[in-house]
Design a protein. Sequence first.
Length: 137
Amino acid sequence: MSEQENQEFRKKEFTYRGKSLDELNKMEIREFARLLKSNEKRTLLRQSDELQKFVLRANKKISDKKNIKTHSRYLVIIPQMIGMKIGVHNGKTFLPLQVEAEMLGHRLGEFSVTRMKVKHGAAGIGATRSSASQSVK
């Protein structure tokens, strides 16, 4: 690749199914749903009212400089959410999530892992046969 082609490659702006971010932000939720795959489209059409309420509540909290926290892991990410910092509940805590353009069409729960890798420590007293004969002082 020549240097000029390399610079053009870096300048390439994000598009989702042929639409730029500006075009996506101007769309309503139901218009954006037409660009999604069938399962997400169906879900988005059913929860469009709930998503609108979430975005309005989130924008209000951003203006008040409060954290946005949600248990709604099933919400589909729409263009109006790009740039938000959302705390998504994983069953124990709220994991912070910075919404980016590449996440469009996915669900919030996909980015908040619920099952962590098990980290085992050393065996306790009485856990093995050799430690059973030791004194417990």
